[in-house]
Design a protein around this ligand. Structure first.
Ligand code: BTN
Length: 168
């Protein structure tokens, strides 16, 4: 192989390496513009996602708790910038459920973002009230350093116990 062949091979290897390096990864700790935190783990098969979500806001007057999330994604083996979806049922403090769908993006510096659209359905008394059950919006998540599984979410979850003076 001549010099030009070697140069081409080197270029191909660098390009391949860069592409592989640029694959978006969903597992990890993420924060959105509302201050919400989520930690995502990938189950070993079927591109299944599991994790925990700590919302920064609520439409209720209840004390916010972290809850489970479940979903799926295309996975880095199949897609460079994968799409995904997950569901959060806020059963610990609200009667609503939210579905998020979106895509993982990566900029030139390697910074990943998750751009999502969400749909929240709040429990209502009857089908004729469904017009007021639904909210829709968008969230952008950026990756946060994760010192260990559950660590940041546990620290950030408010204590919902009443102070002794207010407890019955
Ligand atoms: C509720 O208030 O009924 C439960 C919490 C809902 C939080 C919503 S879900 C969409 C949006 N994105 C967030 O991170 N939090 C809010």
């Amino acid at each position: 192989m001549g010099n030009s062949g070697l140069a081409l091979l080197a270029l191909a290897l660098v390009t391949l390496g860069t592409t592989a390096h640029r694959k978006c990864q969903l597992p990890g700790l993420w924060q959105n513009e509302l201050g919400s935190l989520m930690e995502i783990h990938e189950r070993s098969k079927d591109q299944e996602l599991v994790g925990r979500y700590l919302t920064g806001v609520t439409a209720t007057t209840n004390c916010i708790q972290q809850v489970l999330l479940q979903g799926s994604w295309h996975g880095p083996a199949r897609r460079v910038l994968p799409t995904f979806g997950f569901i959060v049922t806020w059963e610990k403090f609200s009667n609503s459920t939210t579905a998020f769908v979106g895509q993982c993006f990566m900029d030139e510096s390697g910074q990943e973002t998750l751009r999502t659209t969400w749909l929240l359905w709040e429990e209502v008394e009857s089908p004729k009230d469904d017009w007021k059950a639904i909210r829709v919006g968008t969230n952008v998540f950026t990756r946060r350093p994760n010192p260990g599984p559950g660590h940041i979410l546990d620290i950030m979850t408010p204590s919902c116990e009443l102070p002794p003076s207010e407890a019955q």
